[in-house]
Design a protein around this ligand. Sequence first.
Ligand code: PLP
Length: 363
Amino acid sequence: MSKLTFSTSSRPDPLADEARLAILDDPGFGVTMTDHMVRIEWTREGGWSNGELLPYGPISIEPAAGVFHYGQEIFEGLKAFRHSDGSVWCFRPEVNGARLQRSAKRLALPELDIDDFIESLKVLVSADEKWVPEFGTGETSLYLRPFMIASEAFLGVRPANGVTYFVIASPAGAYFSGGIKPVSLWLSTDYARAGDGGTGAAKCGGNYASSLAGQVEAAEHGCEQVVFLDSSTHTYIEELGGMNLFLVYADGRLVTPELTGSILEGVTRSSILELATDLGLRPEERRIPIQEWKDGVASGEITEVFACGTAAVVTPVGTLKWDGGESTVGTEAGETTMKIRQSLLDIQYGKADDTRGWMTRLV
Ligand SMILES: *Cc1c(COP(=O)(O)O)cnc(C)c1O
């Protein structure tokens, strides 16, 4: 049970039904925000205060706030799914809540109770329920973005004594609008996204900032995403800028890089590891030299590669490019990749039995 109470100031002028429905027809990703947002303030003396539901809109914050100078910021990303009976559900929100706490610890931010985290999602989705796309409209959902920032105005360097947590929401269409096509990856050897003892395992904006130059380099080489190696030996596969990676072997092994401290522990990643045995696969977490990818594709031992994360669920990978070569594992989405993808989607949209208790009802 959440210990916080939430006050409500509803928007007097929510977007008209017609305009909202037009947006829900083709929402894209992260373009339009819903009518409301949630805010909870924290101070070192008083802890978390009660929450507020407010109209979505610009916030007032001092230019001296810590977040602008020293990057003390963390976030989460999860989706609300409409089921066939009209109810609205979230996929393993308690795992996101626990991760937000781990991220908070690493960035010296205050931890929010998992119950309060889930309550904050319920408060926002209840108010903006009309923004959750209808069941049967494909892979549509309401994307939820909780985040926490150092809002205290102070230019000295220390953990902020004033912090603000928000939740905003944005309707999301199918990630792949023109059917599911394998993405191409650029192997970055100049850049790393995270290093030993760094913040790689925390979901913080700074990791994304550090991934962007690699992402730009990928685009310059005609690739859609960048894949990073470990920063100390440039030998082992880590992950993409915002997605984890899996390799599928001809003998039924499903291998993903083990969590060494510089890889983000994706909820999708851990769910796939749990589902794998149900699908007759043998999951393995270990260090994977990048050479194993190149050799395995060449020998036929590796038959599929995919990336995973909340936004795109499961994304087939086609070509890996690097300075001096490339390797293509497939030109179409692989069978195992699609089987895993569908199993997750069926649970999320309530089309398959939720035998693991992964779904939490929001509305
Ligand atoms: C959020 C994120 C992922 C995917 O995590 P999910 O919980 O599956 O959405 C993977 N890598 C990075 C760097 C991330 O920030």
